[in-house]
Design a protein around this ligand. Structure first.
Ligand SMILES: [Zn+2]
Length: 173
């Protein structure tokens, strides 16, 4: 299906070659994109993993892992979730705590758009802390959501290629 070792496949839509990426990530929550750049200094605190807007809205960066059938390595959506102030503070307190991956999961709400799945703003997630040094994993709560189904059942390499085309050509999805 056009997948070659070394990456790259011929795009059915534009005829160009695209890299077949096993991950897509966004650097900031949607909420930050809505704030004019000149206000960021005053309103936004952001690192690679955490973000606070206006001192009252709290976001964590995490990963949705999707198994790829036939590959060891999963497909990864690197995205942001809004979490409660309490859970944000607790996550911060436990940042370097050994065994933190055994902490109970807590709720989050997707603060990234994945156009492949339509409107994903505020999609409910379960946030599971990982061992120190790893970003939390997000699990889609609504078992019937297309992303939840892919997360549970895995996807084919053909689907990875389809996602790549949609991410390259968002207007044609
Ligand atoms: Zn293309």
């Amino acid at each position: 299906m056009g997948i070659e070792s070394g990456g790259g496949f011929g795009c059915k839509l534009c005829g160009e070659r695209h890299v077949l990426s096993l991950s897509y990530s966004v650097k900031a929550p949607l909420a930050v994109g809505a704030i004019p750049a000149e206000e960021w200094d005053q309103r936004v605190v952001i690192t690679h993993d955490q973000c606070v807007v206006d001192g009252k809205d709290f976001y964590l960066r995490g990963r949705i892992l999707v198994p790829v059938i036939g590959l060891e390595e999963p497909f990864v959506w690197g995205i942001w979730a809004e979490v409660s102030p309490k859970n944000f503070v607790r996550t911060n307190e436990r940042w370097t705590a050994a065994g933190r991956e055994r902490d109970p999961a807590f709720p989050g709400w997707l603060n990234s758009q994945l156009p492949v799945f339509g409107d994903t703003f505020n999609l409910e997630l379960s946030v599971q802390t990982q061992p120190v040094g790893q970003r939390p994993q997000f699990v889609v709560v609504d078992a019937g959501h297309p992303l939840a189904i892919e997360q549970r059942d895995g996807i084919t390499l053909e689907r990875v290629e389809e996602i790549a085309v949609m991410m390259m050509h968002p207007a044609n999805r």
